[in-house]
Design a protein around this ligand. Structure first.
Ligand code: ZN
Ligand code: ZN
Length: 352
């Protein structure tokens, strides 16, 4: 049975997450619902889609993967809130990762809703999800990995590692581009966009000053830290962008954070401080490892860092993320003059 509990940071959602279950559809505030939409074969298990009631329907924040299971969960969740898929007027997408943006096109097809994205992510859609353009992206990823010193034998496997999930996205061009500070103009909502690049170049959070909630997407989560990595579609120093974006949301006066995964929580500033401290430690560790070697490629450095499990047991897709995340930290250290890159066939990293 679905419970209609309106309390900040409802513990039921946290307990469901901790217990490995999918939480209930919840009424978070009057006129605001949270609908968990399952994502297959992924430890995150579900994305939390937020349903914002409007006088003539609803807007949703994020959509889920493009699978029948996800679509059905979204339709069922909307029904609990008293709405049909045809009532969706708009889809605000925090960023173009498949678990957020994948289902947006299908929702638009069924409802005529508009889709909104930040221009920096809108620009990446075609290359990322169009069959005609994908080869060049894989080629650029391959070149990036090669310069990182990824062994020739594993290059192809790693370069194409995310291709298997492309079928869970329909390529949908956005109808609206949303920039930093834009008011969304949803009737009954004082919703404002906060551009938070880092995890994705066009990542958006949405804040409602009146309701004192922050829809944080993947930018700030209760337990995990989002991947911040150098890849062909990232900027040169995404970690600097990310840390700046953390500082930007830390200033917001909100009571509750409504993230896209795990569970909602209070104390935004404390959580931001913890995430910043995590990156400080990571930067210090990488600087130490660089200092202990006399010129090493990014891949070799990555294999020497502490990960949540032994390097040999990390699957290829995760190894690529680990490598590219290490590269993001190296690029940050390089910009601060704490390490030195010597470019060549392979880029080698030295103490400053
Ligand atoms: Zn993401
Ligand atoms: Zn996500």
């Amino acid at each position: 049975m679905t419970k209609f509990v309106v309390t900040p940071a409802n513990v039921a959602q946290r307990d469901a997450w901790a217990g490995g279950a999918i939480p209930e559809v919840e009424r978070v505030r009057p006129g605001l619902w949270s609908v968990p939409v399952p994502i297959p074969v992924n430890p995150l298990r579900y994305v939390l889609v937020y349903v914002l009631e409007l006088p003539d329907g609803v807007a949703i924040i994020d959509a889920g993967w493009n699978t029948d299971e996800a679509y059905d969960a979204l339709v069922d969740g909307l029904a609990v809130a008293g709405y049909a898929i045809t009532d969706v007027k708009g889809v605000l997408v925090t960023h173009i990762h498949p678990d957020h943006y994948g289902l947006a096109g299908r929702v638009r097809e069924m409802s005529g809703a508009w889709i909104a994205l930040h221009p920096a992510d809108a620009r990446l859609v075609r290359e990322r999800y169009d069959d005609a353009a994908i080869d060049s992206l894989v080629e650029r990823e391959r070149e990036l990995l090669r310069r990182c010193g990824v062994p020739e034998l594993t290059l192809d496997e790693l370069a194409g590692a995310s291709m298997m999930i492309r079928h869970v996205v329909t390529m949908a061009k956005p109808d609206r581009l949303v920039e930093d500070g834009d008011e969304l103009g949803l009737p009954g909502w004082d919703l404002r966009a906060v551009w938070t690049p880092g995890h994705s170049p066009g990542h958006l959070c949405f804040v409602s000053p009146a309701r004192r909630v922050l829809f944080s997407g993947d930018h700030v989560l209760a337990k995990i830290t989002p991947i911040v990595a150098v890849h062909p579609q990232s900027g040169p120093n995404p970690l600097a962008d990310y840390l700046d974006s953390l500082a930007a949301v830390r200033k917001l006066d909100v009571e509750e954070v409504l993230p896209a995964h795990e569970y909602r929580f209070l104390e935004l500033a404390e959580r931001v401080d913890t995430v910043m401290a995590h990156h400080d430690e990571r930067l210090a560790e990488i600087e130490r490892v660089v200092g202990s070697l006399d010129g090493a490629a990014c891949w070799d450095l990555a294999t020497r860092l502490t990960w949540s499990r032994p390097w040999e047991t990390i699957p290829p897709f995760m190894r690529r993320a680990a490598n590219n995340e290490t590269l993001a930290h190296l690029a940050w250290l390089e910009a601060r003059g704490r390490v030195r890159r010597v470019a060549g066939e392979q880029d080698l990293w030295f103490p400053a």
